[in-house]
Ligand binder design. Structure first.
Ligand SMILES: Cc1cc2nc3c(=O)[nH]c(=O)nc-3n(C[C@H](O)[C@H](O)[C@H](O)COP(=O)(O)O)c2cc1C
Length: 167
């Protein structure tokens, strides 16, 4: 935690499209001793209800889903390229089967109500404001439904950005 400094959301230098879609993020909820994390590459950053917010989308079968439901806070965190393999592990294995921190060597710390990892280059600490399931009857372009052959529609979580930590 000491290696991080807090900046304003407006000072963030990252391009959100490459940060989310190309670099990928870890979505993490729970305390360091009882957390789960998973890789996400579908997310959003913006402004809603006069607050700076992040939006994450979690399918119900993810182990992380239960943590997102239970917890008030979550983090989205970004990593240097050398951690790509760690993110691949967190995005293909479940916390039900492995201890992801032990498997990847990532070091959990409390970012202020939710876990992030010391190796991150950027941590966004968020407080849940709103959660809602994406619904098939709301899909406008039928192509969207091809992402849901198992009808496992994501739950959308909108969180207020409380802290932006960078190295
Ligand atoms: C690059 C990448 C991006 C992903 N993005 C998402 C996402 O946005 N939402 C989601 O529900 N799953 C996403 N996943 C899948 C989860 O990370 C994966 O199922 C993970 O193993 C879930 O772990 P858990 O069961 O411990 O929660 C992504 C996987 C990868 C590799």
């Amino acid at each position: 935690m000491e290696q991080f400094r807090q900046i304003l959301p407006e000072e963030l230098g990252d391009n959100p499209f490459s940060l989310i879609g190309k670099d990928w993020l870890l979505l993490t909820a729970g305390a360091p001793e009882d957390h789960n994390t998973m890789t996400v590459s579908w997310a959003g950053m913006g402004v809603l209800w006069n607050k700076n917010v992040c939006t994450a989308y979690v399918r119900p079968q993810r182990h992380t889903f239960g943590f997102m439901e239970r917890e008030e806070y979550f983090t989205l965190s970004a990593y240097p390229e050398e951690y790509r393999e760690a993110l691949r592990v967190c995005g293909t294995k479940s916390g039900r089967e492995i201890n992801k921190a032990a498997e990847t060597g990532l070091t959990p710390f409390d970012a202020g109500g939710a876990t992030a990892f010391e190796e991150a280059r950027l941590v966004l600490l968020c407080r849940k404001l709103y959660a809602q399931d994406l619904r098939p009857e709301c899909i406008v372009d039928p192509a969207v439904d091809t992402h849901y052959p198992q009808k496992d529609y994501h739950r959308m979580y909108i969180g207020e950005i409380l802290r932006v930590l960078v190295k």
